[in-house]
Write a protein that binds this ligand. Sequence first.
Ligand code: AGP
Length: 588
Amino acid sequence: MCSIIGYKGQLNAAPLLVNSLKQMEYRGYDSVGIAVINNGKVIVKKGVGNVSNITDKFDLSTMPGHAGIGHTRWATHGQVTEENAHPHYGCTNNIAIVHNGVIENHHELRDELISLGHRFKSDTDSEVIAHLLEGYYTKKDIKTTTIETCRKLNGAYAFVAAFEDGRICGSRCDQPLIIGMLEGGYFISSDVLGFLKHTDRAIFLHNRDIAIIDSNALQLYDFEGNAVNRETTQVAWEVSSLDKGKYAFHTLKEIHEQPTVVEKTGIKNLGKIEEFCNILEDPRTVYITASGTSYHCALIAKYLLSSLAKIHCETIVSSEFPYILESIDDSSVLLAISQSGETADVLEAARAAKQIGSKILSIVNVPTSSLARMSDSFLEIECGPEVGVAATKSFTAQLSLIYAIVDRMCNYGLGFQANRKFLAEASREVLDQESKIQIIADKLRQARDIYVLGRSIHYPIALEGALKIKELSYIHAEGIVAGELKHGPLALIDKNTYVVIINPDDRTHCDNVVSAREIKTRGATIIGISNKPDEAYDILLKLPSIGNSILYPIIEVLPLQILAYYLALIRNIDPDYPRNLAKSVTVK
Ligand code: AGP
C-alpha cells in the first residue's frame, strides 16, 4: 500500500506534507514525491528513496504554496523509478495526482487515452487518473470532472488531485481516505497518522465519496453528484504514541509496550466482549480468517475456542477464503482478525461472507477501519498505533483479547483475567533478557536457515517467530510442528543449522525433548525457550513458570521478536521498514 496526503489552508503546504509522509512512511517507502500549487502552477518534485533522502535531495520542505499533495510508494505496477514515483501529471502540468490501490482496467484506459492523443510518462496504473481528469476538466468543473473520472475506474483505489487553480479533490473506492479538519485548512489523507499531529477531528469518507477542498470550504458528494453529509469523529489515538521516546526504533518501543498491553487489552470492552461471546456461541461453525501475523493469532483462537469453549472453528488464511466459500452459509459466523482493518484479502473475505448472510465479527486495532465499519460487532485491541511494519504488540494484544473472550466463555476458568498482572510481570522478566538475546543474535548473524519448532498451542508461535525472523533479518526461517520433523524436515538439519525449540513445561515437553535430542545428534545448535533447562539446549532463553501452561504463548513469543529485531540491527537492516513490505497490504 502507499500513503497519500493533501493539504489546503492558510499554512505553507510543503513542510506539512513532508511531515505527514514521514508519519505514514510505514505504509510504503520505496519512493516519495510532493506537488504544490503556487501562482496557478502545479510543481512536482519526486524521486526514489525514503522521505528523509528525497526531502534533502530536492529540498521539498521549502516548496512554495498553501496547497499540495504528497505520496510514499509501495510499488505494485511499474519498477521503482523516478518516472513511476508519484505525483503524476497528465499531458499538461495543470493537474497532478497521487494514488493508493490498483486500477484494474488501466490497460484498456491507457489504450483508449493514447488513441485520443495522450502520452504516458510512467508504467504505473495510477497515471491514467491524471489523464482522465485532464480530459474531463475542459469546463473547469471539478465536481463533474471527478465523477466522470471515477465512473471510468475499476478496482480498489483512493486518489487525491491538485489542480492549477488551487483546488484539491479526492475520492475513494474500497481504499481508506480521511479528512482532517483544522482551523483555517483541511488535510485529506489515507491514514489518521497523516494529520494526527495537527488535529484529532476527522471525517472518514464513505465508499464512493468525493471530497473537494476549495479556498476554505469542504464539499462532499457521492458518485451520483448528490451532496452528502458525513459525521466528524474525534480520533482516540494520542499523538505522543507516535514518538519513539528513548528507543532507537518503533519496533523496539512496541516490543517493550507489551507488558502494558497484556494488562490492559479488553479491560474497557468487557460489555462488548459479552455481546461478542453471545454471537460466537450461537453458530454451528465459526470461521476465523486473517493474514500474516494475525493469522497466527487466528490459529491460537481456534485452539482455545474449540478445546476450551467447545466451539467448532475453522481457520482459513484470507487469501484462500474465496476458494472455500461453498462451505459457508447464513448460519455461519466469520471472525476476522486484522491489526489495520484494511488488509484487502481480509476485507474481501468479510464482504463475501456478508453477501452469503454470515454474521461478521472482527478484532481490529483501528476502530474506524473498513473492517470494523462493515462488521456486525467488533472489538478493539487498544494497543495504540503500531508503526513498525513487523507486528509485535498488536499480536500480543490480539492474543490477550482472545484469551479474555475464552476466559469469559469458560466462566473465568482459564485464569487469564485473574492473572493479567502476573503475566505482565512475567513478560517484563522475559524482556529483561534483551542483552542476552542480542548476544545470541550476534552468533546467528551469518545463519543461512533458522528453524523454529513447537507443538500444540505453541506451533502458531513457532510460525510467528519464523515470520518475524524472515521479515526483519531476511534470513530464511521456518516454523515447524516438532512432531513432523522425522517426516522430512530432519533432512535439513546439519551442523550449520540453528533450531529454536519452544518448550515450556507442559504436556508437549517430553516429546519436544526427544525431538531436541534427535536434532542434537545431527550437530545443529539448539536454542531452548522454556521454563525448564535441558542438556539438549546449547542456549536456554528462560521463561518464568506459569501455573496454567496454556497461557505461555503470551510470553514465549517475546524472545523471538527480540531475536529478530537484533538480527536486523546486526545485519544493518532498518527494523521499522523491512524491504518489499508494507504495514497493511491493501491490494490483493
Ligand atoms: C506482520 O508482521 C506483517 N506486517 C504482516 O504479516 C501482517 O500481519 C499482515 O499483513 C496482516 O495485517 P493486518 O493484521 O493489518 O490485517
